[in-house]
Structure formats: structure tokens, C-alpha cells
Design a protein around this ligand. Structure first.
Ligand SMILES: Cc1cc2nc3c(=O)[nH]c(=O)nc-3n(C[C@H](O)[C@H](O)[C@H](O)COP(=O)(O)OP(=O)(O)OC[C@H]3O[C@@H](n4cnc5c(N)ncnc54)[C@H](O)[C@@H]3O)c2cc1C
Length: 469
């Protein structure tokens, strides 16, 4: 459905200076930024209610040097954050693209708080793999549903038009200049809206099986945990208009989705000293490297299943997340006073699990590193009552996409700007490189918020210049 049609002779019902496709975090932030510049903005969202993958996420946005960090005594800077991003992705991302978002995201969160009343706070009681400072920021419920609801509220209060059940099924273009969009309504009727500038905020291709098979074959059969409407339209339109694309195999996986409950179990369960075992009660990897690469590793275990094992102290930290509370309410989190009793509930071999947990205790007591390379120095021992959740690996979202410049303008293969096309969030190439292991926690909402704001402001300025010409 992601077609490019000739604009020649097409009559648009009306024309808006800035059209945004997609009502997730990237689209809502872009709309707010464009509106503030005085541009007329229209957000087009295929669903009846804008939610996107943003609503499914934990809503945590990494940002360095914020006032919330300063209040909590956390030292951080955009340079330090950029170094963490580049280290996690082993030098693959473009340093300029990384610096751009690392610098923009902190001010963007403070702007959303000050101007639109989003009550962010910093998660200061556990660390995510690869982050050298505690810099994840979230709303009170620590859920993406709250993030998108509050962004939508801000957009509505600002008086920005959001058209729902408005599936953009084609772009109208003269060469690479986008003149407008075709919207298909649920009853099959079609409307045509002209645009001065177009912001693609319709995320990546995680929901498009053929594109996942092509670009992320190792997760082709994995559970897709993101929004099904993210069908790769931005990528397909961009490619057809001559845009450069990059790192299309890059993605965010997750190795700890409760199964069959289908609920994200926070990785704090691991970073705070928990481990994963397989159905034989044995460990199989260095889980501490990161949850993204752990998706494919878990899927290689018998039946594609693992158990995340931790204790009540860690569960208390995890309970700040709505998802975790839901998993507990659904009975997905098992509890027992001994490893043998836990194994009985898990229906796995009790001797094997007891031996595995004894090994972990020993490593923690001696500050040792295991045969997979996980360093247990400083980790607190697991103490009764123990907890376990049955999990599987899943694809959360894709990280590759359209190459953009410092104004979030889409570039062609020669590095030249397409005339009026912008991309933000999962529609744009992220900062995770080409592998799952390159994904640093929060890279998803990082580019949604940071590039969303950049794209909105730049598209509005360009549309104004065009009007004044
Ligand atoms: C379970 C889960 C947990 C996550 N946790 C985190 C986290 O804590 N921190 C983090 O940084 N990232 C996290 N992520 C990733 C994060 O959710 C995404 O990177 C981010 O939400 C992308 O925002 P977006 O606005 O680009 O896309 P989305 O929020 O997916 O919005 C895109 C919107 O575009 C609409 N759309 C698509 N095509 C069209 C079309 N043709 N016409 C009209 N509308 C269209 C869709 O319906 C959708 O509403 C998580 C992801 C998942 C799945």
C-alpha cells in the first residue's frame, strides 16, 4: 500500500503546511514543535486512537545533563552519553548523528515538562547495560501508555488537528518533491491532502514480515512485540523517492518477555543480579551484555524459552513498572523459598537449578567472572524468597531507516536533501548500528523525542519560508 503516485493533475481537498504521518511519540513531538513555530500542522494516524509502539513501551527516555539528574546528584553530559551509544554499537553509528540526538534529548524532555506539563523523573535506583550514568527518564507509571496519552493531551490542548482512522496509503510526488498524501478511510473511501512539508513518523518495519525476513532473518519467526501498524511505509516510500537507507538489520530485540503472558519483564531483574536459565536449569549466556541481543540467544534455547530467576529484593525494584505489576497480577511470576521448590514450580530439574544458583552465589561472593564472561563483582546474592518468570525472545522494533541530516531532513544517496521530506523516530536510521547488540536501552524513544522535535521545528521553518516566497 506504500505507493508513490504522480502529483500531476491531482486535486487536493485542502493543503496543510506540515503533514505528519504517525501519531506515536515522534509524530506528537514533531507536531508540538511545528505548531510552536506557527505552522499549520495535521497529524495522520491509521488507528482509531494514536498509540503506536510508544504505548507498548516502558516509556523510558535516556537523557544526559537534565535537571532531574542534577537533583539526584547524577553527573552526566551529552558527550558521555554519546560515547556510551557509540561503544554499545561498536563504533558503527555516524558520530554526528549520535551527537545530534545526545545533545537534543535533554532539552527536549525539559521542554515537554515545562511547556506541556509532562512530569518526568529520573530512574535512579538501577542501571541499564551500557549506560555509564543513570539517565533513563520516565513518567510516574513508567509506562509508554502514559507517555503517549500525555503527548496526545498536549497536542489536543494546543489545538493541533489529529485525524485518526486515516491510513496514508500513497504519497503524491513530482520527482522527489512530495505534494501530498492519499488517505484511505476504514470504509475504503479515499481523501487527498496536500502538504508543504512531510514528516514521516510512522516508525519502522517490525510489523512487516517480508521486510523482517529480508533484513532481520534471525528474528523472522520471533514474536513481534511492537505495534502491528508499523509496516515499513516510511522505508518503502523513502526508497522509492531515492532516499539513502542505513543499518536495516539493526533492531531492538528483548530476551525477557513473559511467556505465554506476553508482558515485558524489566531487565532490572538481570542487572540487579538475576540470571537466566534454560529448561535444563542451566545458564547459557552472559545476560548482562544487554536485553536486545539476548532475544536471539533465548530463542536458540529448547522451545525458544528461558527462565529469568531473581529474588524479592529485585522484584521490589521491578515493581515500579506497570508491566511488572501486571505480570505479577497475572500469576506469571513464581515464588518459592528454596531453589528446589522454585524448580518444582518451574517444572525443571531441581538439582540442576540448585547447582546453578549455588554457582552464582559463589561467583558473587568471590567477585568472579563466569565462563560466559559475566562479571559478578559487587552483585548482591539472591536470597529467599526466590522469583522466576518463564520468558521468550521477541522483536520490539527495527532501528534501521532513512538517513537524515541535522534538521532531520531525509538525504539521498549522494548526501543531498530531498526537497521537503523529514523523518523521525523509527522511520529514520537510529544510532544502534547494524546489530541487535548495538541497541543501547532507550535508543528508540531517544530518536523519537529528539528527532521529532528537530523535524517539527525544521519542517515548520521551511514551510514558512515557502509561504513567504
Ligand atoms: C514492548 C516495547 C517496549 C519498549 N520500551 C522502550 C523504552 O522503554 N524506551 C525506549 O526508548 N524505547 C522503547 N521501545 C521502543 C519504542 O517504543 C519505539 O522506538 C518508539 O515508540 C518509536 O516511536 P515512533 O513514534 O517512531 O513510532 P510509534 O510509536 O510506533 O508510532 C508510529 C505510528 O505511526 C502509525 N502509522 C504507521 N504507518 C502509518 C500510515 N501509513 N498511515 C498512518 N499512520 C501510520 C502507527 O499506527 C503508529 O501509531 C519499546 C518498544 C516495545 C515494543
Amino acid at each position: 500500500m506504500s505507493r508513490i503516485l504522480p502529483a500531476d493533475g491531482v486535486e487536493f481537498e485542502f493543503t496543510v503546511p506540515v503533514v505528519v504521518i504517525g501519531g506515536g511519540a515522534a509524530g506528537m513531538v514533531a507536531a508540538l514543535a511545528a505548531h510552536e513555530q506557527g505552522a499549520g500542522v495535521l497529524v495522520l494516524e491509521r488507528d482509531a486512537l494514536p498509540q503506536g509502539s510508544t504505548a507498548l513501551s516502558a516509556g523510558l527516555v535516556p537523557a544526559p545533563g537534565t535537571r532531574w539528574q542534577r537533583d539526584a546528584g547524577i553527573e552526566d553530559s551529552p558527550e558521555r552519553f554519546a560515547a556510551d551509544i557509540i561503544a554499545k554499537a561498536k563504533g558503527e553509528p555516524d558520530p554526528a548523528a549520535v551527537a545530534r540526538v545526545a545533545q537534543a534529548v535533554g532539552p527536549a524532555l525539559e521542554w515537554l515538562a515545562d511547556r506541556y506539563g509532562l512530569p518526568f523523573s529520573v530512574v535512579d535506583n538501577f542501571s541499564y547495560p551500557g549506560h555509564s550514568a543513570r539517565r533513563m527518564h520516565g513518567l510516574p507509571s513508567r509506562s509508554g501508555a502514559e507517555l503517549i496519552d500525555r503527548l496526545r493531551g498536549a497536542v489536543e490542548t494546543a489545538g493541533i488537528d489529529v485525524l485518526c482512522e486515516a491510513h496514508v496509503t500513497a504519497l503524491y510526488a513530482d520527482g522527489a518533491l512530495v505534494r501530498g498524501v492519499e488517505i484511505t478511510r476504514p470504509d475504503g473511501s479515499v481523501e487527498r491532502v496536500g502538504c508543504g512539508a512531510l514528516i514521516l513518523a510512522c516508525n519502522g518495519y517490525g510489523g512487516n514480515r517480508a521486510l523482517v525476513e529480508r533484513h532481520v532473518p534471525e528474528l523472522a519467526d520471533a514474536l513481534y512485540f511492537g505495534h502491528p501498524g508499523n509496516q515499513g511505509d516510511a522505508l518503502l516510500w523513502g526508497e522509492a523517492l531515492g532516499a539513502a537507507t542505513r543499518h536495516l538489520s539493526g533492531h531492538q530485540g528483548h530476551g525477557s518477555v513473559a511467556h505465554p503472558a506476553g508482558i515485558l519483564v524489566t531487565w532490572a531483574t538481570i542487572t540487579e543480579g538475576g540470571v537466566q536459565v534454560n529448561a535444563q536449569g542451566q545458564r547459557f549466556s552472559n545476560e548482562a551484555q544487554g536485553y536486545s541481543e539476548q532475544a536471539a540467544i533465548v530463542l536458540r534455547q529448547p522451545d525458544g524459552i528461558a527462565w529469568t530467576v531473581f529474588d524479592e529484593r529485585i522484584a521490589a525494584i521491578a515493581r515500579q513498572f506497570e508491566d511488572f505489576r501486571q505480570a505479577e497480577a497475572m500469576g506469571a511470576v513464581l515464588s518459592a523459598d528454596t531453589p528446589a521448590e522454585l524448580a518444582r514450580l518451574m517444572r525443571i530439574d531441581a538439582d540442576a537449578l540448585t547447582a546453578t544458583l549455588a554457582d552464582i552465589d559463589r561467583l558473587k561472593a568471590t567477585g568472579g567472572t563466569d565462563c560466559f564472561g559475566r562479571d559478578f563483582t559487587g552483585a548482591a546474592p539472591l536470597v529467599p524468597p526466590y522469583r522466576a518468570v518463564r520468558v521468550t525472545g521477541a522483536l520490539f522494533h527495527t532501528q534501521g531507516g532513512l538517513v537524515v541530516d541535522d534538521e532531520a531532513r531525509v538525504l539521498d544517496g549522494n548526501g543531498a536533501r530531498l526537497p521537503n521530506l523529514y523523518a523521525a523516530g523509527g522511520a529514520a536510521c537510529g544510532v544502534s548500528g547494524s546489530k541487535a547488540s548495538g541497541y543501547l536501552s532507550g535508543n528508540g524513544l531517544l530518536t523519537a523525542v529528539a528527532l521529532g522535535r528537530i523535524a517539527g521545528s525544521a519542517a515548520a521553518s521551511a514551510a514558512k519560508e515557502e509561504t513567504n516566497r
